[in-house]
Design a protein around this ligand. Structure first.
Ligand code: ATP
Ligand code: MG
Length: 559
């Protein structure tokens, strides 16, 4: 599956080096990693990187990887997100070890340890409100001041914490903080809050709790309880590492995990912030979390990306500690690469123009044969009905054209893909002068052969039978944002939404075999790009194809 993560055939990244060394030196006998999403949105391409890294390392080094929902904030979390995250991880090709874990599984233990901290005089209930707490905390250049509640007795703290837990105190009236050091140069160490009152039901624990642990307090202890050896997170948590270690040192945890940070994945023309993606969904700028233009795993799946292409992209992006921005064309390269090798070929005319072959008998039909894939015999052959009337694309016909135009022109020849060479005679027009039909002739005995008269055809165009085809809708996508860094410098990312990111074409005509297309089938529509059925809008009565990606990168030419 993750053949790209084979330790023997490439240079190791810095995390692989650490793990290799730890295994060699016997620091651990087996590695355990985890992927710890907060169920407050759908997973995006940035998460895919973390998934590939954590599950990939476990596979590569014969260890295990857990899936743990970091569910400490009931206000923003929902079961819908839990379900979508599990589906996305599996679809990417990974399976977590054992049962799914939840940080909320450890709420009892975390609560017990909070009491341990109070009893050891390492935690206190503080009544400063948020603004006061901020003022007391100081900043990078000003030392913090001790909270006036810091010297409360152990008994008073125990009693107050019990009142917090029992729901007897109001939200915001107090919190539990650990006693670390208000003068510490690292702001994270200035007596961080570890429990807050939130009188709110939780999707896993219901009404059991009205106090919830902070992320910093819960995360490392959950790692320790699960026996995580290498806890890998993104660089913004580097500053939290001393606190992570403080908890591990000050609590009777069964294991001592180590935190390592890597730089998060950023991609140009793309947003990877759950909050902003949620805003796009909530304000209906897109058609849900799985809109094919979204950088979510579910959006990319609906668009026609493959798990393999996403894994390859994550591998190409690499694992470092240097922040950078990856070019979105690398992701597009990965999907083209996979689909070029594996997508079945087909023909679909997006803007149909009828061509009548005047020298072909009215009542006759013949079957053309075409390969499923030019280099893959295993993909078989397709049969294309051919008759007197066919559709070609409007763009593939001109009444007059210069030499560069290698398609159908009056008085000139062109080849129909997998079929005859034809020559155009006349363009039929409506009263407004629009071309409604082209009359042409086929050149006899030219299927798979050059014409006997030696007059060659220019170019090859795609076509479908006008009688035997399927009618479909085709959705073409462009980048969702026109700006390279849509949310840079506090800019409103909505201002660079691309108004032309979705084009819906109706009345498209596809070869008849596509009537049997299945949801998971990928196609290359010759000359048009790679396509897949839209899982949301396709039905028995209506066929809708999404363009996953064009055949070539056309973006540079457009701007
Ligand atoms: P967001 O800011 O989008 O909400 P998050 O980091 O808060 O992202 P989590 O659900 O906490 O979202 O993320 C789960 C895991 O995925 C974490 O370990 C996190 O570090 C990692 N992750 C999130 N975004 C990225 C990214 N862009 N690149 C790499 N890893 C990421
Ligand atoms: Mg997070």
């Amino acid at each position: 599956m993750t053949e790209n993560n084979n330790a023997t055939d490439k240079r190791l990244n810095f995390i692989e080096k650490i793990i290799s060394k730890d295994l060699k030196q016997g620091v651990v006998s087996k590695i355990t990693t985890r992927f710890p999403p907060e169920p407050n949105g759908y997973l995006h391409i940035g998460h895919a990187k973390s998934i590939c890294l954590n599950f990939g390392l476990a596979k590569q080094f014969g260890g295990q990887c857990n899936l743990r929902f970091d569910d400490t904030n009931p206000a923003k979390e929902e079961l819908e997100y839990v379900d979508s995250i599990k589906e996305d991880v599996k679809w990417l090709g990974f399976q977590w070890d054992g049962a799914v874990h939840f940080t909320s599984d450890y709420f009892d233990q975390l609560y017990a340890w909070a009491i341990t901290l109070i009893k050891e005089n390492k935690a206190y209930v503080c009544n400063l409100d948020q603004a006061q707490m901020r003022e007391y905390r100081g900043n990078l250049t000003t030392e913090g001041k001790n909270s006036p509640y810091r010297t409360r007795s152990i008994d008073e703290n125990l009693a107050l914490f019990e009142q917090m837990r029992a729901g007897e105190l109001a939200e915001g009236s107090c919190s539990l903080r650990v006693k670390v050091d208000m003068q510490h140069p690292n702001m994270q160490m200035r007596d961080p809050v570890i429990y807050r009152i939130k009188k709110m039901a939780h999707h896993q624990t219901g009404d059991k709790w009205c106090i919830y642990p902070s992320y910093d307090y819960a995360h490392g202890q959950s790692d320790a309880l699960e026996g995580i050896s290498h806890s890998i997170c993104t660089l913004e948590f580097e500053e939290h590492r001393p606190l992570y270690n403080w908890f591990i040192e000050n609590l009777p945890v069964p294991n001592t995990p180590q935190q390592y940070e890597f730089s998060r994945l950023n991609i140009n023309y793309t947003i990877t912030s759950k909050r902003k993606l949620k805003q796009l969904v909530d304000e209906n700028h897109v058609d849900g979390w799985d809109d094919p233009r979204m950088p979510t795993i579910s959006g990319m799946r609906r668009r026609g990306f493959t798990p393999k292409s996403i894994r390859q992209f994550c591998d190409m992006a690499g694992v470092t500690r240097v922040d950078g921005i990856v070019d979105v064309s690398m992701l597009e390269y990965a999907i083209r690469n996979d689909l070029n090798e594996n997508a079945q070929r087909a023909m679909c005319v997006l803007h149909p123009l009828k061509v009548v072959l005047t020298n072909y008998p009215d009542n006759q039909q013949q079957q053309m044969s075409a390969p499923g894939h030019p280099n893959r015999d295993d993909l078989g052959t397709r049969t294309l009905p051919f008759g007197r009337e066919i559709f070609i694309d409007q763009d593939d016909f001109r009444e007059v054209a210069n030499k560069k135009y290698k398609r159908l022109v009056i008085g000139k020849r062109t080849r129909l893909r997998n079929s005859y060479i034809i020559e155009a005679d006349t363009a039929i027009k409506d009263s407004d002068g629009n071309i409604t039909e082209v009359h042409a002739r086929l050149i006899e005995d030219t299927v798979g052969k050059n014409p006997a008269d030696g007059i060659k055809a220019k170019g090859v165009i795609h076509w479908v039978s006008a009688e035997d085809n399927i009618d479909c809708e085709v959705r073409l996508y462009d980048r969702l944002f026109t700006a390279e860094a849509p949310d840079a410098g506090g800019k409103d990312f909505l201002s660079s939404l691309n108004p032309d990111s979705l084009a819906i074409l109706t009345g498209c005509k596809a070869e008849i075999g596509l009537a049997n297309a299945a949801l998971e089938d990928h196609y290359q529509f010759e000359r048009e790009g790679y396509f897949i059925l839209d899982s949301k809008y396709s039905s028995k009565d209506k066929i809708v194809f999404n363009r996953t990606i064009s055949l070539r990168d056309t973006w540079e030419r457009k701007v």
